[in-house]
Design a protein around this ligand. Sequence first.
Ligand SMILES: NC(=O)c1ccc[n+]([C@@H]2O[C@H](COP(=O)([O-])OP(=O)(O)OC[C@H]3O[C@@H](n4cnc5c(N)ncnc54)[C@H](OP(=O)(O)O)[C@@H]3O)[C@@H](O)[C@H]2O)c1
Length: 326
Amino acid sequence: MKAILVKQPGGPEQLELGEYEQPLPNSNELLVRVHATALNRADTLQREGKYPPPKGASPLLGLEMAGEVVEAGINCSRFKKGDKVFGLLPGGGYAEYAIISEAMAMPVPAHLSMEEATAIPEVFLTAYQALVWLGRLQAGEHVLVHAGASGVGTAAIQLARALNAEVLVTASEHKLQACLDLGANKAINYKDVSFDDAVLAHTNSEGVDVIVDFIGGPYFKKNLDCLRTDGRLVMLATLGGGKIDELDLRKILAKRLQVIGSTLRSRSREYQVKLTEEMSAFALPLFESGDIKPVVDSVFDWKDVAEAHRYMEQNKNIGKIVLRVG
Ligand SMILES: NC(=O)c1ccc[n+]([C@@H]2O[C@H](COP(=O)([O-])OP(=O)(O)OC[C@H]3O[C@@H](n4cnc5c(N)ncnc54)[C@H](OP(=O)(O)O)[C@@H]3O)[C@@H](O)[C@H]2O)c1
């Protein structure tokens, strides 16, 4: 089959369309003809050789896909040949064919294209896990979503609004309106103002209940400052750096704060299956009704995968960058 290969660890120029062995499904798996896959930051790290795939996973890039079932293992009961499915993968999405455990597959909502469906799994599963499981966000609470226009950010805004929370975001100036259009109540240009001041001004100096953070080091102290008592800080990435110089730990004690870190890819299969079941029970009806939507920034032909990686690394996207496969 055709697949995107990494010639040797390095920059986007190392990506090329080549030939790779087609995978075979076991009795609980589906073999899917991939129509679309989507980019994740993890792909750029894996391309550079800094993020090896978990044991047993395909070494090919690609953490999600949408496509058509071409073969279902004998123990599969929910999907059959010809069904349109999408879902999270441990790897292998940048290929003509991919294997997905049936338990991880979701049906493509009726009115969504393959390009839209593939924009859902990684970011909506991550956002659901961060808001509901880790952040324990409740209706009426305030949540601050950093990088609100990122893939995960655009999913988090919509899920948090669906949970009836008040949503504040940070983003670059030209991305603020997109966040407001998705339902954010307050969008802060973090390059113009100190986001903690803006959060405290918006919340009568009380702060927010939950923060979803991807920036890390440079934001950590400010995050603690704008959490209210019993607040939860969910840390998903360290795009701005992983170190802090000095920290007064007493803030964490005094406000009874919780700092929670997570990576989705390292979670057990059982955890990912449960998360997929719970997120899809909550969100698929909302996708069907159009109350929430996958946010597709752009669609690249997979022959232009290097250009797509460069585009992501330049922080240009609002929502997901999709690759059309084959
Ligand atoms: N832990 C997990 O389970 C998990 C799961 C999925 C993704 N992630 C991670 O979450 C992060 C977001 O993923 P994504 O796919 O949603 O990203 P994305 O769509 O590529 O968006 C990232 C955005 O973050 C902002 N940003 C980047 N560097 C920044 C910095 N130094 N300071 C402030 N803002 C910065 C930029 O937006 P602005 O222009 O608005 O600044 C950028 O467009 C990635 O690091 C990804 O690896 C973690």
